[in-house]
Design a protein around this ligand. Structure first.
Ligand code: FPP
Length: 243
């Protein structure tokens, strides 16, 4: 983004991205769907680094939903392999992450994920815990409803232990028991690939988010597209239910 423009705008603090369209991108090229996911992972790398360079404080990437387990086993294992490769690489490029100030955080259920992936994610979270510029939420094995169930169970346990009363449960305590605890809600949610739905992505946190849709397939998404989404967002007038 042009430096002058960047100085004049108020960037969204938190951007959520639904990385969709990998399969169609591959099909258009006569490739296997998994090639589309590989290309999508490269786009993720580019957009993640670019977001940090712009100064975005939080980005959440929807990489694998709780519903995606229903895909053919071959595709699921290919996606898991992509995660493994990425985590190995991210754990290895510590100096680069340090320089960019990237902090990684899993926003998804550990239960159900292959143990080696959980271990590598935890290592990455620990290694990057002190970084300051941008938090990268990896929504892997993530479902918005599942996340709310998770929060409800955590709060029920607190009631059972006598730490809180049922009447203490409010919007803030639910937010504090989501995977995004302590983070601002997403200001902007981007969905490429011509679909106009949330698909169970951050359904609690998206209550006042602005949405940006586009026909671009995720592997074709570029830093210029992120600029466009941000600039459109900046033109909108957010009232949060007020006047
Ligand atoms: C949706 O496209 C995409 C996925 C279910 C997988 C997304 C995963 C990645 C982009 C890899 C991310 C990598 C890292 C390292 C975080 P689709 O398959 O539903 O596309 P389609 O709608 O065109 O079929």
């Amino acid at each position: 983004m042009n430096e002058e423009i960047l100085k004049q705008i108020e960037l969204p603090k938190h951007i959520g991205i639904i990385m969709d369209g990998n399969g169609r991108w591959a099909k258009q090229r006569g490739l296997e769907r998994t090639e589309g996911h590989r290309a999508g992972a490269n786009t993720f790398r580019t957009i993640c680094d670019y977001g940090a360079d712009l100064g975005i404080e939080y980005m959440t990437f929807y990489a694998f939903s709780t519903e995606n387990w229903k895909r053919p086993p071959k595709e699921v294992s290919a996606i898991m392999k992509i995660f493994r490769d990425y985590l190995d690489e991210a754990n290895a490029r510590e100096a680069e992450n340090e320089k960019r100030g990237l902090r990684f955080h899993l926003t998804g259920e550990k239960k159900g994920l292959p143990p080696d992936i959980v271990k590598n994610l935890e290592t990455l979270e620990k290694k990057s815990a002190g970084k300051k510029v941008m938090t990268v939420n990896l929504a892997i094995n993530y479902g918005g409803r599942d996340e709310i169930v998770h929060a409800a169970k955590a709060l029920a346990q607190k009631v059972k232990r006598g730490e809180i009363k049922p009447g203490d449960i409010d919007e803030a305590s639910i937010s504090e028991n989501l995977f995004t605890a302590g983070q601002p809600d997403p200001d902007l949610i981007i969905r490429p690939s011509g679909e106009y739905r949330l698909s169970n992505f951050m359904i609690w946190q998206a209550a006042y988010s602005e949405f940006w849709f586009s026909d671009i397939l995720w592997p074709d998404f570029t830093p210029d597209d992120l600029d466009r989404a941000i600039l459109d967002y900046c033109k909108r007038n957010r009232r949060f239910g007020g006047v």
